[in-house]
Design a binder for this molecule. Structure first.
Ligand SMILES: [Zn+2]
Length: 99
């Protein structure tokens, strides 16, 4: 099993608890496309959630998502990470051009 496949399984089960730096997470999310309409994401939101990640100095885990300004879909961080990794696995198996 490749490293990517291992990473993918870990992320699908649960994103690592962190702590994460909000500024870096925001940079990451703003380079991702909306899952449903494929527009680039812009805003990052979060709220207290037991299954979330530790973020900056906040005392309670946060559920991080990006609401698409175009279609309104709320893109959960773990889904963005999973899709990002899935595309890396795809490239690893089939090559960048899908051959
Ligand atoms: Zn969208």
């Amino acid at each position: 099993m490749s490293d990517y496949q291992n990473d993918y399984i870990v992320i699908v089960k649960r994103l690592g608890k962190g702590p994460y730096i909000l500024e870096k997470l925001t940079d990451y999310i703003q380079n991702q496309e909306c899952i449903t309409c494929h527009k680039l994401l812009q805003s990052v939101s979060f709220y207290n959630h037991i299954a979330g990640i530790m973020l900056d100095e906040l005392p309670y885990p946060q559920w991080v998502y990006a609401e698409c300004w175009s279609c309104g879909y709320q893109n959960a961080l773990w889904k963005l990470c999973a899709i990002d990794l899935a595309s890396k696995i795809e490239q690893e198996i089939h090559g960048v051009n899908g051959l």
